[in-house]
Design a protein around this ligand. Structure first.
Ligand SMILES: Nc1nc2c(ncn2[C@@H]2O[C@H](COP(=O)(O)OP(=O)(O)O)[C@@H](O)[C@H]2O)c(=O)[nH]1
Ligand SMILES: [Mg+2]
Length: 284
């Protein structure tokens, strides 16, 4: 039994010792996983991320790859990725100047989708090792069971530990606001840690084109979630803990610009609603 399967069974037990998801199918080991990891000045964390991935060869069936999207890092992140010569099939996606996580996801998804067919999984992770890889078995299992997008959910059964009260509060507020204002039924909307069925990302790219991710900052994850939900995709959440103490260095998330990004998102959706209502209103 793989380390992932063992951990999965442990995580699936509720406090009373009952197996919560006994009927959930195990993940298909032959489907390629395309990892997309935005990285901005992560030289201190990337070596541990690669070690963590190297310890899980079962995550890399044939055709799998890791795309690290450097975004104008000044600490040698891109050079470190280029020098990496370990067993994980790794590619650097780089475009020089800092454009933010939204642009990084766009570039990473383009690279990943060009390298896989519709059955593959596209897995997004943080570069700072705070995405708990032990949860991937359960997340990939949900894709196998029919989900198009699986969110690692710190507010839907998981928890944030060693994370400041302010950040935990803001993360909960983002979830509540997205539920209320965008009408999405998701507990955790801001986590980088997700699994997308490649066909869903492709459909979303075809539907929205360049408008799929317009937010350059951290609100891009809520924007992408809303757009994928609009396709009628089945979205599932898996409880996952996030331990902030695994990261070396500071968070790159600037609170002001992130709040402004959410504001643009909510305002844009209201304007969309108004435009839709106006187009349905009978002519005077
Ligand atoms: N490509 C790219 N990645 C970024 C940028 N800002 C943050 N990241 C990455 O996005 C992930 C989340 O950022 P992090 O600082 O850990 O934010 P937090 O987890 O919300 O505190 C990490 O992997 C960062 O390296 C950026 O401007 N460009
Ligand atoms: Mg982080």
């Amino acid at each position: 039994m793989s380390a992932i399967a063992t951990t999965w069974e442990l995580r699936d037990r509720d406090p009373a010792g009952q197996t919560a998801h006994a009927n959930r199918p195990h993940m298909r080991m032959s489907v390629p996983n395309l990892f997309v990891v935005p990285a901005y000045n992560e030289i201190e964390n990337l070596p541990r991320l690669l070690e963590d991935l190297e310890a899980r060869p079962e995550l890399f069936p044939a055709g799998s790859r890791l795309f690290i999207v450097d975004d104008g890092s000044s600490d040698g992140t891109a050079e470190w990725v280029e020098r990496y010569a370990g067993p994980v099939p790794t590619e650097l996606v780089s475009y020089g100047e800092n454009r933010g996580p939204g642009a990084a996801f766009r570039a990473g998804f383009d690279a990943a989708l060009a390298a896989c067919n519709d059955d593959a999984n596209v897995v997004t992770l943080e570069a700072d090792t705070t995405s708990d890889l032990n949860a991937l078995g359960a997340m990939l299992g949900e894709i196998d069971a029919g989900a198009g997008l699986v969110l690692a959910s710190v507010h839907g059964g998981g928890q944030m530990v060693n994370v400041s009260l302010l950040r935990r509060f803001l993360s909960r507020c983002a979830g509540a606001a997205v539920r209320l204002l965008l009408g999405l039924d998701a507990r955790t909307v801001s986590s980088f840690f997700r699994v997308y069925r490649a066909s869903v990302l492709r459909e979303a790219s075809q539907r929205y084109g360049d408008r799929l991710i317009t937010e350059t900052g951290f609100a891009c994850k809520a924007e992408l979630l809303a757009k994928i939900a609009s396709l009628g995709t089945r979205i599932e959440e898996v409880p996952v803990d996030l331990d902030g103490s695994r990261r070396i260095g500071e968070s790159k998330m600037a609170i002001g610009p992130t709040l402004a990004g959410y504001w643009r998102l909510f305002r844009g959706s209201r304007l969309d609603d108004e435009a839709a209502a106006a187009s349905k209103a009978p002519a005077a």
